[in-house]
Ligand binder design. Structure first.
Ligand SMILES: C[C@@](CO)(OP(=O)(O)O)[C@H](O)COP(=O)(O)OP(=O)(O)OC[C@H]1O[C@@H](n2ccc(N)nc2=O)[C@H](O)[C@@H]1O
Ligand SMILES: Nc1ncnc2c1ncn2[C@@H]1O[C@H](COP(=O)(O)OP(=O)(O)O)[C@@H](O)[C@H]1O
Length: 280
């Protein structure tokens, strides 16, 4: 059985306070985008994991799919499976790729072995694997708060826009990103701000990670500026970076993003069903 875990972008990200458990409370809007991995499981004699596509750092036993298997196996009598993951979502990009794989893996196990898990049960397992993992169970635009794992639906449809995603040559770890931010309560609720026209987001919606990350990684700031120069209505780093997205009314002149002889990985995303192109 196979499914296709997709990435997300964060529209706005306010880090509001540090929690006693070392995590942070935040508010953000998660929006699914159409760049996808492919994930397959087949019942087998032993548990195996193999990957193709973009190389995944870290040990196999730390891969979130393998962790997901052991988590569900504690409660259900699962047979061994062979797992194949084709990795296409840029890693360490703030696109939630690892979390998406884990959530879609739980959905695969549920379907393949008829576990009859409810949405709430699947979200409960996903939360144990990562703060943004539970979002990918329902995979619909949401306003997320607390650790980023408690959701309220938002009415948001960007399918009439062109979303351009750029992966600058920089690596930011999630831990590094959180350490650089001083939490602050936001004045207006992101849940309401995101209902403004996209062209107004630039004045009102921000990602709190940008300030410190841009200082350490100016190339990311440069990419965001290039997206605005190319005519974006709104541009922002996604999550803890390093990827940056721009929302356009029309497909932009992509040459703008290759100035100064910098080469960026650039993915142009179209509305669902139209596929996407990867530029190098
Ligand atoms: C920053 C965000 C924003 O959407 O996404 P990404 O940029 O990673 O995609 C998320 O908060 C990342 O979620 P996720 O990647 O699942 O985080 P986890 O694995 O649970 O945590 C990694 C580390 O981030 C910090 N962390 C995470 C979530 C949170 N609300 N407060 C935190 O302080 C902790 O230091 C934790 O050890
Ligand atoms: N299935 C997976 N795909 C990608 N990364 C994974 C996966 N499982 C575990 N990881 C680990 O998670 C780290 C960050 O993953 P990723 O989800 O791509 O980043 P981000 O949290 O920035 O969206 C990687 O460095 C990797 O070691």
């Amino acid at each position: 059985m196979i499914n296709f875990p997709n990435a997300k972008i964060n529209i706005g990200l306010n880090i509001t306070e540090r929690r006693p458990d070392g995590y942070h409370n935040l508010e953000t809007v998660f929006y699914p985008i159409w760049i996808k991995d492919a994930l397959e499981i087949i019942e087998a004699g032993e548990l195996t994991f193999e990957a193709s596509g973009i190389g995944i750092p870290g040990r196999v036993e730390d891969n979130l799919c393998v962790k997901g298997y052991h988590l569900i196996k504690k409660d259900y009598d699962l047979p061994p499976v062979s797992i194949h993951l084709h990795k296409n979502i840029p890693i360490g990009a703030g696109l939630g790729g690892g979390s998406a794989d884990a959530a879609f893996f739980i959905k695969l196990l549920d379907e393949q072995f008829g576990l009859n898990l409810t949405i709430e049960q699947m979200e409960g397992y996903a939360r144990q694997l990562g703060a943004d993992c539970a979002f990918f169970i329902q995979n619909k635009p949401v306003y997320a708060h607390e650790k980023g794992d408690v959701f309220k639906p938002v009415q948001l449809d960007l399918s009439d826009y062109k979303i351009v995603l750029v992966m600058p040559p920089a690596h930011v770890s999630t831990g590094e990103a959180y350490r650089g931010v001083r939490p602050k309560r936001s004045k207006a609720s992101l849940q309401e701000l995101v209902q403004l026209p996209v062209a107004e987001w630039r004045r009102h919606i921000k990602n709190d990670f940008e300030e410190s990350i841009f200082k350490n990684h100016p190339v990311i700031r440069g990419v965001k500026a290039s997206l605005y120069e190319a005519g974006a209505l709104y541009a922002s780093m996604s999550g803890s970076g390093a990827s940056v997205f721009g929302i356009f009314e029309e497909t932009p002149d992509l040459g703008m993003l290759e100035k100064d002889n910098q080469v960026y990985h650039l993915t142009q995303l179209s509305p669902p069903g139209e596929g996407f192109k990867v530029y190098k």
